[in-house]
Design a protein around this ligand. Structure first.
Ligand code: MN
Ligand code: MN
Length: 495
């Protein structure tokens, strides 16, 4: 990153007492990364932040992030192997060192691979992040008319504070599979000139009762109703004419009828773009830092390696789905997708595939579980622990354990693996820090780490500290974003 060398520090040591020198040697000292970043480093940090903002605006749903990732991989010369099973039916080619390929699972998860100098059976170096983010999904039968409005019923996705999602502009993204089988993509509210949507809130003048409620009852989930229209269809005899008018517009635009809502995946996300934050532009505010910031850092790290070298071990980047609702389903980290891809890598690189070879490869593999972490917030510090919570600007945050109520429900990395990762980062002068979520028994959270650890893989959680996590407008530091990409790249290069 171009940090300053030790000369200045040596000069500063002159005149220090023996006690001060000993303290310097023994005490942990985590510095603000900007202190040591020279002008050259700042240029790289800013350039990477610009790339990231574009990625964030391009991918506001898991499907869009996978599509964005695929574009970058295609441009970098990765071979799209389709699904893992399609890879087997390919041209019969065997995998060799330096080969670059990717697998995509139902447009919602992705695994990109550079075959290392040692074959996959010798173990993989993995960086894995999730590309789903908290949002508001439409119900199966969402559209109704009430008091002259067309409204859409919703079910929220992931852990949100409902009240944060009212009175802001929302965009509608997703796919509809019509009765004739046609697949229609929806993306409304992103382009200048597009209409947007919103969830209304009560005016303060009449909110005396509402304001007495507990925050989780302020806006009940059932009341997260999307305002979608107010103009009646011009035919005095028809009923529900505002709803009819809206369906008529949707029919014209997408060829859909009301029944097509049922299986559709329509998601409401904040309509605003990622922006530089603060007079000094040191931060980025935007929707979906959790976990697209780590996802982009992980993919960029893999692409950086792909551009100029063959890593010692096979390097793998995973984008997974459904983390925010427990990594469930056939596109989440609990699915067999990763295992299936690993099996195919072995089948395509060894003479004879056997299940034992796969198990051996998994046991020799290690992964950075790339996920954001709650950053220290002076306004909300009462539930955080200054010594153990990640600070914005101090680099990638390493979380040995996650979970809550006595580490339950999370993952706890092995000391040996933590040591290995710390050595990799320290050797390259990459700023890193510890990052536990908060004070004991104040809450907790999990990541994809435990599901991959179940396969025998060594796993450590580490990622970017974020403020206002799970809100429509999360905040991160540009230097942490950059340091995290460097950390992932260093790990993927490790032998
Ligand atoms: Mn996350
Ligand atoms: Mn999350």
């Amino acid at each position: 990153m171009g940090y300053s060398d030790g000369d200045e520090e040596e000069a500063a040591d002159k005149g220090k007492s023996a006690g001060q020198m000993l303290a310097d040697k023994l005490f942990s000292s985590r510095k603000n990364g900007w202190e040591n970043a020279g002008a050259e480093a700042e240029e790289k940090i800013d350039a990477f932040a610009e790339e990231y903002k574009q990625f964030l605006d391009r991918g506001k749903t898991e499907r869009e992030c996978i599509a964005a990732g695929r574009e970058l991989l295609d441009r970098a010369g990765f071979r799209g192997a389709g699904s893992p099973s399609a890879a087997m039916g390919g041209d019969g080619r065997r995998l060799a060192a330096g080969d670059k390929l990717y697998f995509i699972n139902r447009e919602k998860s992705l695994i990109a691979v550079i075959i290392g100098k040692t074959p996959p059976v010798a173990g993989l170096n993995l960086v894995g992040a999730h590309v789903d983010s908290p949002r508001i999904d439409l119900k199966a039968a969402p559209l109704y008319e009430d008091a002259g409005f067309a409204l859409l019923d919703t079910q929220y996705y992931g852990g949100i504070k409902n009240y944060q999602w009212t009175a802001i502009p929302l965009a509608l993204h997703g796919v509809i599979i019509r009765a004739d089988g046609a697949r229609v993509e929806v993306r409304v509210g992103e382009d200048t000139g597009d209409p947007v949507f919103t969830i209304t809130d009560l005016l303060p003048h009449l909110a005396r009762e509402q304001m007495q409620k507990k925050a989780n009852e302020l806006v009940p989930g059932e009341d997260l109703n999307i305002l979608a229209g107010s103009k009646p269809y011009r035919d005095g005899k028809a009923k529900d004419r505002v709803k009819l008018n809206l369906l008529s517009i949707l029919n014209e635009k997408y060829g859909m009828v009301e029944d097509d809502f049922y299986g559709a995946e329509l998601e409401l996300v904040p309509a605003f773009r990622a922006r530089d934050l603060g007079f000094d532009r040191s931060m980025i505010g935007g929707y979906g830092h959790d976990d697209r910031s780590c996802a982009f850092a992980a993919l960029s790290a893999l692409l950086e390696i792909a551009a100029g070298e063959t890593p010692e071990k096979t390097a793998v980047c995973i984008f997974t789905d459904k983390e925010e609702i427990g990594s469930a389903g056939n596109t989440g980290a609990q699915s067999r997708f990763f295992e299936n891809c690993a099996a195919h890598l072995i089948a395509l690189s060894e003479k004879n595939y056997s299940d034992l070879l796969l198990r051996a490869a998994l046991e020799k593999s290690s992964m950075l579980s790339c996920d954001v972490n709650g950053a220290l917030d002076p306004t909300w510090e009462s539930v955080q622990d200054r010594k153990n919570t990640a600070w914005l600007g101090r680099g990638i945050a390493l979380s040995k354990f996650t979970g809550g109520n006595g580490k339950s429900g999370g993952s706890d990395a092995n000391a040996e693996f933590c040591g290995r990762v710390q050595r990799i980062l320290t050797a390259r002068n990459i700023p890193w820090q510890y990052g536990d979520l908060g004070k004991v028994d104040k809450g907790g959270g999990g990541t994809i780490a435990k599901y991959v650890a179940n396969l025998g893989v060594e796993v450590l959680d580490c990622g970017i500290p974020v403020l206002s996590m799970h809100s429509p407008f999360e905040v991160l530091s540009k230097i942490d974003l950059y340091a995290t990409r460097e950390a992932y790249a260093a790990f993927l290069r490790d032998a």
